[in-house]
Design a protein around this ligand. Structure first.
Ligand code: FE2
Length: 234
């Protein structure tokens, strides 16, 4: 496909001068800085999470007790379809968050999806290596229980127990970046809060840092799988 000029609507490209879109002019008559190909990360602390998290932790720990390889056998069940009020609450909240994610894009038509969810329990020393989520459109995680940092024994200051890091999908875009350059940091690291939901494009590589506390870190991850329609083709 030929390259499109961002100002050319003929090929379906977006017009950066419409006041928003990928970029916006900094003032009348000044140069336009296009911010190309943004990567959206939704973050939201869900109202009512305290009561829900207590119930979710109970359900997830009970499930783990009855299933060997609980966290690694993540396709064995769909947590978002579990017949339990807390799981149904989470499923509704996650669907709402996906709708919010979509609303923040230029998608102005109906999109249908399903959620495939699984619970994670990371105990002392557990982590998830760098990965992305093939065959999905979006991915996300909801945080049920995050150990307090004051339970982590002293050690090196470059550890980030319990954090999740997202990495710039543009390869080595930071290689020649200088201080203050928008590409200078290839890592975006978040220490999630209990009750927080995050959603990101499934292609985005991420890494879940080691749990260094004696309390479990519990979360529910999910994939957003599109119900395909030809109308989605740009
Ligand atoms: Fe993941």
């Amino acid at each position: 496909m030929a390259k499109r000029d961002g100002r050319d609507r003929r090929g379906g490209g977006r017009d950066g001068g419409r006041g928003g879109g990928r970029g916006a002019a900094k003032g009348g008559g000044g140069p336009l800085i296009e911010k190309l190909w943004p990567t959206h990360l939704l973050r939201h602390r869900l109202p009512g999470f305290e009561a829900a998290n207590a119930a979710l932790a109970e359900v997830i720990l009970a499930q783990e007790a009855g299933q060997a390889g609980f966290t690694t056998a993540y396709l064995d069940q769909n947590f978002m379809q579990l017949d339990h009020p807390a799981a149904q609450w989470l499923s509704q909240c996650a669907n709402k968050a996906v709708a919010d994610y979509v609303a923040a894009t230029d998608i102005d038509y109906d999109v249908e999806w399903s959620l495939q969810g699984w619970a994670n329990i990371n105990r002392l020393g557990d982590y998830h290596n760098l990965h992305n989520h093939p065959h999905s459109w979006l991915s996300g995680t909801y945080y049920v229980s995050v150990p307090d940092e004051d339970r982590v024994p002293p050690g090196r200051t470059d550890r980030n127990p319990g954090a999740i890091s997202f990495f710039d999908p543009r390869g080595q875009a930071n290689m020649n970046a200088i201080k203050g350059d928008p590409q200078v940091d290839p890592e975006f690291r978040v220490t999630p809060q209990p009750g927080e939901i995050m959603i990101w494009p499934a292609f985005l590589h991420h890494f879940v840092h080691q749990n260094l506390s004696d309390r479990p870190r519990i979360s529910v991850s999910f994939n957003v799988v599109l119900k395909w329609k030809d109308a989605y083709i740009p």
